[in-house]
Ligand binder design. Sequence first.
Ligand code: COA
Length: 238
Amino acid sequence: MDGFETVIYEKHQSVAHVILNRPQAFNAYSVQMRDDLYEVLSAIRIDDEVRVIVFSGAGEKAFCAGADLKEFLTAPSAVKARRIRAVRDLWKLFLSLPQPLIAALHGYVLGSGIEISLFCDIRIASPDVVFGLPEVGLGILPAAGATQTLPRVLGLAGSLDMLLTGRRLTGQEALAMGLVNQLVPREKLMEKAEEMAKKIAAYNPAVVQNAKQAVRTGLDLPLEQGLELESRLALPAK
Ligand code: COA
């Protein structure tokens, strides 16, 4: 699988790397990137060889500086956009990936950038990282789930602060608030992500995927149902 315009896809044995690749535009999320990611992730989802996926951004400045603002004025009508989303819902696809996702973040992680990272199960970042949600200041709502995914990680107060005031978080702040699991020097970031991915990939993949599902799905259930889900997933496979 190669030849994508905006994404690099690499497979290192059982670890897949998805690299956002528009460094000249700070890896801004464009329509083409949506289509490329949709194709890559659809293939990964059914690839039994892939046990863990690592997301990162090309270039030194950003993981992703949000939606491509240069495309804003050329966007299709809201009706058309909704129709496209219904048949090609990248965010639902992210949520449906059974494998663990690791985000290796650096530089600007804004708008859709932070939203992509929030679909990941583990976030590590270099100290130069800057998180932010500029949408409300631009007169729009985040369109890739941040109003729902951010509070599940940061809680109510931190999420509303970021969303309503446009507050940006430094790496240290993100670490203190639990938005990232670890800060790693920039030059070691990908090495660390690969090390984590390999560690997870060495475990029984069915158990790993069940653990992910139990936590992710369980978080949206009342505790009793969550415990039932855990018991069901803990049963040995027939
Ligand atoms: N969409 C399209 N292009 C973007 C972009 C975006 N979201 N973010 C950065 N770029 C492009 C710039 O247009 C510029 O390209 P150019 O050299 O061809 O003009 C290049 O990336 C570098 O950006 P620049 O603004 O010159 O760098 P900076 O270091 O001064 O500032 C940011 C970096 C990220 C603070 C600034 O680019 C920015 O605020 N971007 C928009 C963030 C945003 O609002 N995202 C939308 C969320 S919905």
